[in-house]
Design a protein around this ligand. Structure first.
Ligand code: ZN
Length: 232
């Protein structure tokens, strides 16, 4: 049996039996894990209140190599009251955590994915940025972090550069642009939307407009669905 000590984010909790909870965690040290939390619903003092999403928690886990690890201790180490207080921020945080739950493989550390999630939650907590644009930035980053970066410059079939000044077709499930000679795709990105997506994807602070952010989010969501195969 080994012990895992790590910071973590709760991405889902499911009640089991009379008093227990299975928590899906994204941990900094060991990646995504499912943990059984005994007595969680009887107000256990060891884990009391520390299983809410959005806050960063520190966990002590017992790992016997089985599918489920056992959560022994948890406490909140970074509270994000600003996220909890805003419906838009809470919604963006919930979407990003859901993406991580489906996209991250189990028991695989994802340092870049972890960094992106924490950065998003902190930005949302501060409340100065547009939640939907920040969510779009995080989504593009998460896809890239797990090896599914969207190619917004070249056709994914023939590799030809798509001129920046022109509208381009994108097929999120195929990983990026598909030029017209290669059959195109149903979704068309206008030049300004593609430019906004590229700058967000590069992590730049240039904010997309609200409507650009929505278009980019639709593309990101479809790419997530294609790669992680999850219900939308
Ligand atoms: Zn092509």
């Amino acid at each position: 049996m080994s012990r895992i000590e790590s910071e973590a984010l709760v991405v889902r909790t499911v009640e089991v039996g009379e008093a227990d909870v299975i928590a899906t965690l994204v941990t900094q040290q060991a990646g995504k894990l499912s943990a059984i939390v005994r007595g969680a619903r009887k107000g256990s003092r060891r884990v009391g209140g520390a299983l809410e999403p959005v806050h960063t928690i520190a966990v002590l886990l017992e790992d016997r190599g089985a599918e489920l690890v056992t959560l022994k201790e948890s406490r909140i180490v970074r509270t994000r009251a600003g996220v909890v207080a805003s419906l838009d921020a809470l919604d963006a945080a919930g979407t990003a955590l859901r993406w991580a739950r489906h996209l991250f493989p189990p028991r695989t550390p994802e340092p870049e994915g972890w960094r992106i999630l924490i950065e998003l939650l902190d930005v949302l907590d501060a409340g100065h940025a547009a939640p939907r644009a920040e969510l779009a930035r995080a989504g593009l980053g998460l896809l890239a972090a797990v090896g599914y970066a969207l190619d917004l410059g070249r056709c994914v079939v023939c590799g030809r550069e798509c001129p920046e000044s022109k509208a381009a077709c994108i097929d999120p499930a195929r990983g990026g642009l598909v030029c017209r000679s290669c059959g195109g795709a149903a979704t068309v990105l206008l030049p300004e939307v593609r430019a906004a997506a590229r700058s967000l994807g590069e992590g730049q602070t240039t904010s997309a407009t609200a409507s650009e952010a929505e278009t980019i989010l639709q593309v990101v969501d479809r790419a997530m669905a294609a790669h992680a195969g999850f219900e939308r």
